[in-house]
Design a protein around this ligand. Sequence first.
Ligand SMILES: Nc1ncnc2c1ncn2[C@@H]1O[C@H](COP(=O)(O)OP(=O)(O)OP(=O)(O)O)[C@@H](O)[C@H]1O
Ligand SMILES: [Mg+2]
Length: 273
Amino acid sequence: MVIRLQTAYALDPMLNHVTSHQPRPLPPNLLEKRNRVRVPQIQQPLIQVKGLQKTYTTGATEVRALRGIDLAIERGEFVAIMGPSGSGKTTMMEVLGCLSRPTAGDYWLNGRAVHEIPAADLAVVRGEQIGFVFQSFNLLPRLDAMENVELPLGYRGVPRNERRARARDALRRVGLEARAHHRPAQMSGGERQRVAIARALVNRPSLVLADEPTGNLDSATGHEIMELLRKVHSEGNTVVIVTHDPAIGQQAERRVTIHDGLLAADSAWTARG
Ligand SMILES: Nc1ncnc2c1ncn2[C@@H]1O[C@H](COP(=O)(O)OP(=O)(O)OP(=O)(O)O)[C@@H](O)[C@H]1O
Ligand SMILES: [Mg+2]
């Protein structure tokens, strides 16, 4: 799993050549009219999946890893995807992260129909919309913290001065400004994961997706990383983590449990009645 994500992340930069399209501002007369009429804004959830299925075919064997999942995640939520080994968590996270396409069903991310995007273009969506945090940090060993955080910006052609400023700001947000010129080998596991979180934030993604972010850390450091992810969430980001650890999942705002490729529980059902 980690290897597959790693490979996809490494490929992103090469494929990520399209810049994001900003909506054009309304002309003043229309703006004024809109403000007067107060048209209610119908906001789609950030993530909406319907009837999501993923089947792996290996030779004559078919594994139905996801068997029809409906799920909506609003902007600004902090969700943990949980479930026993083999239940489909990683598969779900790969689909949500646009690392793989569903076999059937629909997936809208930030209003875009991901299920209609050709596999070759998924990397563009990933680069624009998603900040990844991996279990094994995935930092480049020869680069210092600052250069690692700058990396996603370099691929998008952001000028050097702005790259530096944004990377410094991201490092400040994770409390690591003082380690800007340390390489990964000169930092603790918790510090490396902080750098990785800064890297995930530097592109201002609409979704921060973390795959077992505390899996390689001792429990005290794991809790510090969860604290940081909670802070990232409280600053307005949508955060989705995958974890098999109930103590970690407990720290998210909402828990979605998958069993055998189907949604088995969602703490939002209980909360919303
Ligand atoms: N690339 C693949 N090819 C074939 N089968 C796969 C592939 N990836 C996952 N599977 C199968 O799909 C099912 C779900 O796997 P998945 O990795 O999503 O589970 P998981 O919930 O992440 O488990 P864990 O907690 O052990 O990481 C499993 O039965 C697994 O064997
Ligand atoms: Mg997994």
